[in-house]
Ligand binder design. Structure first.
Ligand code: SAH
Length: 357
């Protein structure tokens, strides 16, 4: 058998409690297609061992594009006066959850900008209504809020929360999030975890000023914090942001980051993100073949879907709701896998997931 340096390093990364950032950087820098293939195959085996062949589904509803933040990369930032803002009503959200449930989906992700107009008690009521009508897991992704709000929503039955750190490099974070505090975001992640949420985080790959060393540190950050889920997507420049002229993230680098994240975190839920599907072509099948085990079909009602433009050319903005089912099945089949219609709770073993307060 041919001696492979890459394989040796991957094994070292896989078995280390604290992988060497230099090793991670080395893998991220690989250019040879055959060596990259080795990385992807290695990650795919780890995915198979710890997560199996199932592809879990999370139906996402982007229920408000109001945002008071000014993140330099994001198309729904407050300063973008060119987009029409919307906030779905409780009834619209419940009707949409009904559609998602009829597609056999057992997790809904309620995502929005950081919208001061979302009253904590209103969202509590939405969660309670969903929980009383449907047997479905609720994931929230509404940004940084008071601990009291997080507690209220957890008590109402929300089990999961996504809050991407975007970059774990404090300096880089501060440079593109005016008025935001890296430490505060970390504090939110801590609070969510201690309230018993299955907690998700993640990064954008290819942010201006982010180098391979930074991404290597991000991967170590994921390992150290033992997140239940991690979303990794490439940066896609948006025309109405100050990053409009910056180069977009590279799909290959995003895939290598995903593969390494699988290798170090073993059983975290990793989606093949919508951003990965919104580049020159759809890279989600590659994502699923190098570590990802989750897909997030979009259920935002059509008139709103194109308004939730965090980045341009977001995929499926004009596709009929419900068309996703066939598409997901096809993608899974093409990979010799299957769609897992269960709730697919965290694979991390923690007692508090069953508790509701
Ligand atoms: N407001 C919520 C998240 C809503 S946007 C929060 O603060 O958690 C969801 C995700 O879209 C963000 O976490 C970010 O990672 C991603 N995103 C935003 N703009 C992007 C861009 N231009 N390219 C790629 N991903 C982007």
């Amino acid at each position: 058998m041919k001696y492979s340096v890459v394989k040796t390093i991957l094994n070292k990364i896989y078995t280390s409690r604290v992988p060497d950032p230099g090793d991670l950087e080395f893998v991220l820098s690989l250019r040879d297609p055959e060596e990259i293939r080795e990385v992807f195959t290695f990650a795919d085996k780890i995915r198979e061992k710890f997560c199996g062949k199932g592809i879990a589904l999370r139906g996402i509803i982007e229920f408000s594009n109001y945002c008071f933040r000014r993140c330099f990369y994001c198309g729904i930032n407050k300063d973008n006066s060119k987009i029409k803002r919307y906030r779905m009503s409780r009834k619209e959200i419940l009707d949409t959850v009904g559609r998602l449930v009829s597609c056999r989906i057992k997790t809904v992700v309620l995502q929005s900008g950081e919208d001061a107009g979302i009253d904590a008690a209103w969202l509590e009521d939405v969660i309670l209504s969903i929980k009383s009508r449907f047997d479905i897991a609720v994931t929230l992704s509404v940004g940084e809020r008071e601990n009291e709000d997080y507690r209220l929503w957890r008590r109402a039955g929300a089990e999961r929360y996504l809050l991407k750190i975007e970059t774990s490099n404090e300096k880089l974070y501060s440079s593109m999030h005016p008025g935001m505090d890296f430490r505060h975001r970390i504090g939110c992640l801590n609070a969510l975890k201690s309230l018993g949420y299955q907690t998700g985080s993640g990064i954008i790959v290819g942010l201006p000023g982010q180098d391979l060393k930074t991404i290597a540190r991000d991967i170590l950050f994921f390992k150290k914090r033992d997140f239940d889920m991690i979303g990794i997507g490439p940066f896609i420049p948006h025309q109405n942001t100050c990053f409009t002229d910056k180069p977009g993230g590279d799909a290959g680098l995003a895939l290598k980051t995903l593969a390494l994240t699988r290798i170090v975190t073993r059983n975290a839920h990793l989606p093949a993100t919508t951003a990965l599907g919104s580049l020159d072509r759809d890279y989600r099948p590659e994502g699923l073949a190098c570590g990802a085990n989750v897909l997030m079909p979009n259920f935002t009602p059509l008139p709103y879907r194109k308004l939730y433009e965090i980045y341009p050319q977001k995929r499926c903005v004009s596709e009929a709701p419900g068309a996703c089912g066939t598409c997901m099945e096809k993608m899974a089949k093409g990979l010799g896998r299957f769609v897992d219609y269960s709730r697919a709770d965290s694979l991390k073993k923690r007692d508090q997931f069953t508790a509701h307060s």
